[in-house]
Design a protein around this ligand. Structure first.
Ligand code: ATR
Length: 282
């Protein structure tokens, strides 16, 4: 059957290229998010996933090919920093880059994970400057979440399995730190899990015993596979508001899109793309 040519968008000689670099990247939802956004706005841009182990080689390729922007994921978020021409102060403070802008051949690193975390929380909690937020974990993701909370003026409490890492992160951001054993005595209105606990296949684990949950108003998990972690299931049962990991993923991509294109992102379309991919039955 003859297809209507106008219905199919095709890249051409003027198409701008964007992408994600990581290893592995096969399951990344970023190509879906950004391509849906490009199509929604009718931009002549395309976004691809690159499985990269030779980071330095990939970056000289990015420059040589004129690729306009990159998302950066595990394991390159820290190691990429030494190869970039410029890193903004927020990415330096977090110690990780998740976004690169190719500005006239200069690769500029920034971080939008903190924006994603803060926007996801503000949607449910409103202003954060009056809130006490307990962050579970002290790894790379925790650093972005804590930096975002500090930026918004929230009071931050950090609990981590390895206490020394909680202490180091807390000292950098003027926060308090705790071991998980101390959780019964920790007062906060919001909890954010930044650890991998609860992620498939670890489906039946949660760092917060369910009897402690009723004292918190909002529980956010940055894990999105599964969408409802044990922590979020327990939190719903305890009457807390819950925020799943797709919200942070969505808003960090929205911030990337706006940085690269200078246009307001089509948030609703991006959200629908994620829903279709993650909740096909809804
Ligand atoms: P990411 O970049 O995704 O944050 P990371 O930097 O490796 O990954 O950090 C992983 C976080 O999850 C850490 O806070 C880690 O705790 P430790 O600092 O004690 O290692 C936490 N984590 C991972 N597996 C865990 C588990 N089984 N129980 C408790 N915490 C865990």
């Amino acid at each position: 059957m003859k297809q209507d040519k106008m219905d199919i968008w095709m890249p051409d000689a003027a198409t701008s290229l964007y992408g994600i670099i990581g290893h592995p990247v096969g399951h990344s939802l970023s190509p879906l998010l950004h391509n849906r956004a490009f199509r929604a706005l009718g931009l002549n841009c395309v976004y691809l996933a690159f499985d990269v182990t030779d980071l330095e080689g990939a970056l000289s390729g990015i420059k040589a090919l004129g690729i306009k922007g990159l998302s950066v994921t595990i394991p390159h978020k820290q190691s990429i920093m030494r190869f970039l021409d410029e890193i903004d102060h927020v990415a330096k403070r977090i110690g990780a880059v998740n976004t690169v802008l190719n500005k006239d051949g200069r690769l500029i690193g920034t971080n939008t994970d903190w924006i994603g975390a803060v926007k996801a929380l503000e949607e449910e909690a409103g202003r954060l400057d009056t809130k006490k937020v307990l962050v579970l974990g002290a790894g790379g993701s925790a650093r972005a979440v804590v930096a975002g909370l500090a930026e918004r003026g929230a009071r931050v409490l950090i609990a981590n399995r390895t206490l020394e890492k909680a202490k180091d992160l807390a000292e950098q951001f003027d926060a308090r730190w705790y071991s998980f054993d101390e959780l019964p005595d920790v007062e906060a209105s919001i909890v954010v899990n930044t650890t991998s606990v609860g992620m498939a296949p670890d489906l039946e684990r949660s760092l917060i015993p369910s009897d402690l949950l009723p004292k918190y108003a909002i529980i956010m998990d940055i894990v999105y596979s599964p969408l409802k972690t044990k922590l979020l299931r327990d939190a719903e049962r305890a009457g807390c508001k819950t925020i799943n990991g797709l919200r942070m993923l969505l808003y960090q991509a929205v911030a990337q899109f706006e940085l690269w294109t200078g246009k307001p992102a089509p948030v609703k379309e991006m959200e629908h793309a994620l829903r279709e991919a993650m909740e096909p039955d809804k």
